[in-house]
Design a protein around this ligand. Structure first.
Ligand code: CMC
Length: 380
């Protein structure tokens, strides 16, 4: 049997391949810096809101007061779901994976758009609608599966406040709301991660934003992408007490198991988002009088760094923060989507502006000289 040439040019996982130019996000993996449109993530996490960051990603510049007010007003006005879509969410099995629900609902939302609302190269209409409705979809599903009626809309709440309200049915404290706002800022974009790449591939065929975000949600769902924070919390549940961290983590490392929330393909120092979120986990824990998770994670950080030289990433802290806010574990990845949809939309809009069908090649390694064999003559 003949084979093609050896796979000498294949870059598995497209690792280190520079696929396109983008002005949205810059990652300095050695220096531990992350920039959105030129602004350091630390600066944005300190001073901006998620709404401001969404504007920044979609327009390439920070909004004026009037532009921000308009964006906030539009987001609030677009929170409602078309009635048939709300009924569709209500009809899903209550034990559905929330990411499957979200993928279905986003795909369904696209059916209710007027053709002129389908986003074109300069339109952020779809980006606004998707960003506004994701918390409503998650909240509706969460209420239904816990046997509760949907909540009334609260136009007075910001995006982060509304998200927490939709999920938990309660208004967060100032510190909780700001912590979630910062978490949304930190997750909003991260260059060509797998889900963003999936969104750009879909958009590069000149397909619409809803299809691109549906592709992205399906991609984010995988545990190698969006699911690490859930597993990081599961490890804390298993360890239970700070006194057991060293023993349990060391045993896992000795068995060559991966500890979720550590290491990164791009960052060779600590993920700057992890540093910021750790401080917020401490603040929220302190205000709740519950530093249990924080203390266990500090010990875990020390053990993993001592034994493997690895640094923490964002996923080490996000799940524990969301747990303190009262978010169930299987909604951690949907919250990731609530934030990342801003980045997906920015990348889709950028793709439309410099469109080039994304279509890489495969190195064929199968046979080339086979001839059709009638079915009666084929062996087992
Ligand atoms: N726990 C234990 N060992 C690890 C870990 C970890 N979390 N991460 C890397 N290693 C080890 C790995 O076993 C290997 O060791 P050895 O050379 O002895 O075989 C070495 O470090 C290099 O691993 P690699 O997989 O080649 O490194 P990578 O840079 O390709 O991996 C990663 C990046 C994120 C896939 C990996 O660090 C990992 O699996 N981490 C756990 C999952 C996780 O936290 N994911 C969230 C990533 S951040 C999300 C985001 O940016 O959106």
């Amino acid at each position: 049997m003949e084979h093609a040439a050896p796979a000498e040019v294949v870059q598995r996982g497209l690792q280190d391949i520079v696929a396109l130019e983008s002005h949205i996000t810059f990652i300095d993996g050695k220096g531990g810096r992350l920039l959105y449109e030129g602004y350091d993530i630390r600066d944005l996490a300190e001073h901006a809101t998620f709404e401001e960051v969404a504007y920044l990603l979609w327009h390439g510049r920070l909004p004026t007061r009037a532009q921000l007010d308009e964006l906030k007003q539009r987001l609030v006005g677009l929170r409602g779901l078309p009635e048939p879509l709300a009924r569709l969410i209500d009809s899903l099995p209550t034990d559905s994976n929330p990411m499957d629900m979200l993928r279905t609902a986003v795909s369904g939302l696209g059916l209710f758009e007027q053709p002129e609302e389908q986003p074109g190269p300069s339109s952020v209409e779809g980006a606004l609608r998707l960003t506004a409705t994701l918390p409503t979809m998650i909240g509706r599903f969460q209420r239904r599966r816990t046997g509760l009626a949907p909540l009334k809309e609260r136009p007075d709440l910001s995006h982060a406040e509304n998200l927490l309200y939709q999920i938990t049915g309660r208004e967060g404290s100032e510190i909780e709301n700001r912590a979630l706002d910062v978490a949304l800022i930190l997750h909003a974009d991260h260059e060509l991660n797998a889900s963003t790449f999936a969104a750009r591939v879909t958009a590069s065929t000149l397909s619409d934003l809803y299809s691109a975000v549906t592709s992205a949600i399906g991609t984010l769902k995988g545990p190698l992408h969006g699911g690490a924070n859930e597993r990081a919390v599961e490890l804390l549940d298993e360890i239970q007490d700070v006194s057991r961290v060293d023993e349990v983590v060391s045993a896992k490392l000795a068995r060559h198991e991966r500890i979720m929330g550590f290491g990164h393909r791009v960052y060779k120092v600590e993920d700057p988002r992890a540093t910021i979120l750790r401080a917020w986990l401490h603040r929220v824990g302190e205000s709740a009088g519950n530093l249990h998770a924080y203390e266990m994670l500090e010990k875990e950080r020390e053990v993993v760094h001592r034994k493997k030289g690895l640094y923490s990433n964002l996923d080490l802290y996000s799940g524990s923060l969301y747990s303190l806010l009262g978010v169930p574990k299987d909604l951690f990845t949907p919250i990731f989507a609530v934030s990342r949809v801003a980045g997906w939309a920015a990348h889709v809009l950028e793709e439309y502006q410099d469109l080039r069908l994304i279509r890489p090649s495969a190195l064929y390694v199968g046979p080339t000289e086979l001839h059709y064999v009638p079915i009666a003559e084929r062996g087992p």
